[in-house]
Design a protein around this ligand. Structure first.
Ligand SMILES: *Cc1c(COP(=O)(O)O)cnc(C)c1O
Length: 373
C-alpha cells in the first residue's frame, strides 16, 4: 500500500501500534455502510442485530484462535491495562492478600495500584538485575493464602517475556494465576490450564485503543468487593454478554477484523496463531542475531527471556542516537525511539509487522553501522 508520500513506512510503535493493512483497508471500505445495513459500525446501536452479530463473531473467533476453554468467559471491557490493575483486585482479592511477581515497569504499576484494594505482596523481583532477567519461579515466595498471583507475561518497556507460563500448582500455590498479556496477546498460544484470568488492552496487537480483553475462569466471578463499580464487576459484565453498558463497539469490530486476518494467516502447514507465532520467532531471531553479532548495537536482556514483541537496543555510542533516528525516519522506519525510562531504541514487532519490515530495519542498521565505522 502507498501513501501520498510514497510507500507506506514500517511502524515500530510500542502502542498504539501498526495494524495489518488488510484490516485497515476493510474497515475503510466498510466505514459508511457495513454489510448493506446503510450504517457505519460506529453509528449502530449496540443492542441491534447487526452489532450483535459483529460482537458474537468476534468473541467466537477469539475463542477459536486462542483455544479458550468453555469454562472461561471472554469479556469486552474498557479501562485498559491500567484500569485492570484496579479492576482485578476489586474482583478477585476479596480484600485479602495477592502475590505480585515484579519483572519490569508494568508489573511495578500493577503492584502499586493493587495496594489500594488489598494486601499486595511482592513475592519475587528482578529489580537487582535491572529488569533484564526473569526471577526463577522455584525461588518465588508465594503466600499460602493468596487470592491470586499476578504476572506480566511480556514486559513491553523492558523487553522481557515469559517463554512458558509458571505452573503455580507445581510451585505449591492454589491461587489462580492472573496474567497481563497486553503486549503479546495472540502472538503465541496460551496454556489455559495454568491461568485463572488474562487481561490486555487491544492497542498493541489487536486493534484500536479503548477495548480491553478479559478472559476469566467461571469460578472467579461473583466475589467482587462492595466498592467495585457495577460496570467493572466481571460477573455483571459476563451476565450481560459484555453489554451491561455500551461496549467499545468500534474497537470490538476492528479487533474482530484482526481475528479474521489472524485466522487466515498461514506459514507452511501452520495456520492462525501457530502461523503467526512461527513468523514472530523468525522476525525476533533475525533482529536479535543481528544485534548480538555487532559491537555497534547491544541488547542487555538475558537471551532466555527476550521478548519476541518488543526489542530494546542501544547504540554503543549513544551520541549517535539522534542521527540513527533521523536516518531511520528518512528510510521509512518509524517510532524506534526507546521508552524514556530505558533510553536507547525499541523496535516493537507485533503480529502486524511483516518479516520484510524487520529485514528493512536490519538493513538500515547494518548500513548505519557501516557508514559510521
Ligand atoms: C500498554 C500496557 C499496559 C497499559 O495499558 P493501557 O491501555 O494504557 O492502560 C499495561 N500492561 C502492559 C504489559 C502494557 O504493555
Amino acid at each position: 500500500m502507498t501513501t501520498a508520500a510514497g510507500p507506506r513506512p514500517y511502524n515500530f510503535s510500542a502502542g498504539p501500534a501498526a495494524m495489518p493493512e488488510a484490516v485497515l483497508q476493510r474497515a475503510a471500505a466498510e466505514m459508511l455502510d457495513w454489510n448493506g445495513s446503510g450504517m457505519g459500525v460506529m453509528e449502530m446501536s449496540h443492542r441491534g442485530k447487526e452489532f450483535g452479530a459483529i460482537c458474537a463473531q468476534a468473541e467466537a473467533d477469539l475463542r477459536e484462535l486462542l483455544a479458550v476453554p468453555s469454562q472461561f468467559h471472554i469479556l469486552f471491557m474498557q479501562g485498559g491495562g491500567l484500569g485492570e490493575n484496579a479492576i482485578v483486585p476489586m474482583n478477585l482479592s476479596r480484600g485479602g492478600r495477592a502475590d505480585f511477581v515484579v519483572t519490569g515497569s508494568w508489573s511495578i504499576k500493577s503492584h502499586k495500584e493493587a495496594r489500594r484494594y488489598c494486601e499486595a505482596a511482592v513475592v519475587a523481583s528482578n529489580a537487582e538485575d535491572g529488569h533484564t532477567r526473569l526471577p526463577d519461579p522455584a525461588g518465588w515466595k508465594l503466600s499460602a493464602d493468596a487470592s491470586y498471583v499476578h504476572v506480566c507475561t511480556n514486559e513491553t518497556i523492558n523487553g522481557i517475556e515469559f517463554q512458558q507460563l509458571p505452573d503455580l500448582a507445581a510451585l505449591g500455590s492454589k491461587a489462580p494465576l492472573v496474567i497481563d498479556f497486553s503486549s503479546h496477546v495472540a502472538s503465541r498460544p496460551v496454556d489455559w490450564s495454568r491461568v485463572g484470568l488474562a487481561f490486555g488492552g487491544a492497542q498493541k496487537n489487536l486493534g484500536p485503543a479503548g477495548l480491553t480483553i478479559v478472559i476469566v475462569r467461571d469460578d472467579l466471578l461473583g466475589h467482587a468487593l462492595e466498592i467495585c463499580p457495577s460496570a467493572f464487576n466481571y460477573k455483571t459484565v459476563a451476565d450481560n454478554g459484555s453489554m451491561y453498558n455500551t461496549p467499545p463497539t468500534w474497537g470490538i469490530y476492528v479487533a474482530g477484523l484482526t481475528f479474521q486476518w489472524l485466522k487466515a494467516q498461514t506459514e507452511g502447514a501452520l495456520t492462525g496463531v501457530a502461523a503467526i507465532q512461527a513468523r514472530n520467532v523468525a522476525k525476533a531471531k533475525l533482529l536479535y542475531d543481528f544485534i548480538d553479532g555487532s559491537d555497534f548495537y547491544l541488547n542487555k536482556v538475558d537471551p532466555g527471556c527476550r521478548s519476541r514483541m518488543n526489542v530494546p537496543f542501544f547504540l554503543a555510542d549513544e551520541a549517535r542516537n539522534e542521527a540513527f533516528l533521523a536516518g531511520a525516519r528518512a528510510a521509512g522506519l518509524l517510532q524506534l525511539k526507546g521508552h524514556k525510562s530505558v533510553g536507547g531504541m525499541r523496535a516493537s514487532i507485533y503480529n502486524a509487522m511483516p518479516l520484510a519490515g524487520v529485514q528493512a530495519l536490519v538493513g538500515y542498521m547494518r548500513e548505519f553501522e557501516r557508514s559510521r565505522a
